[in-house]
Ligand binder design. Structure first.
Ligand code: MN
Length: 162
């Protein structure tokens, strides 16, 4: 058993190869790889300034994201729009699912990330144009509840074998 005390948590600027400017990363439960143990569960807290975000990436294992404060966005590769997330929301990211997460354009985001054992593969950054487009579509979609469901949110119904 190990305990992580809030008083011991420190923040450092997130790796600029993986995140835009304005992202602060706190290691709550560090990987235990290198200690002669299985890497195990990892936990981090991220604080994003408005518009800040990760690059596209995929986790080898599952990842659970939990929003503590502010407003953020998550986008899955292949989806035209990002999905807004807010305090109390959880996102369960599947292994190998390419995605990014970050703050909304006009709010900060504080989120916890719990990542299963295994590494992360980092891909291309989310360009300013792509971020603006994905966030504009997301915010428009969710600020007008009378709109019909967005096509990409329609669940795929498996075909029954005849
Ligand atoms: Mn992730």
């Amino acid at each position: 058993m190990r305990f992580a005390r809030e008083n011991d948590v420190t923040a450092a600027q997130a790796d600029p190869a993986k995140f835009t400017d304005g992202v602060w990363r706190s290691e709550i439960l560090p990987s235990r790889a290198g200690e002669g143990q299985e890497p195990g569960l990892q936990a981090h807290r991220f604080a994003y300034q408005p518009g800040a975000r990760s690059a596209w990436h995929t986790h080898h294992g599952e990842q659970a994201l939990h929003v503590v404060a502010g407003r953020g966005l998550v986008q899955r590769w292949g989806d035209a729009a990002a999905t807004p997330i807010g305090p109390g929301d959880w996102v369960h990211v599947q292994p190998g699912e390419k995605h990014w997460h970050g703050a909304a354009p006009d709010d900060t985001l504080v989120q916890l990330a719990v990542t299963a054992s295994g590494g992360t593969d980092w891909h291309e950054p989310v360009s300013d144009d792509d971020y603006r487009g994905a966030s504009a579509r997301a915010l428009t979609r969710h600020s007008t509840p009378t709109d019909p469901p967005h096509p990409t949110s329609t669940p795929t119904v498996p075909k029954e074998s005849a």
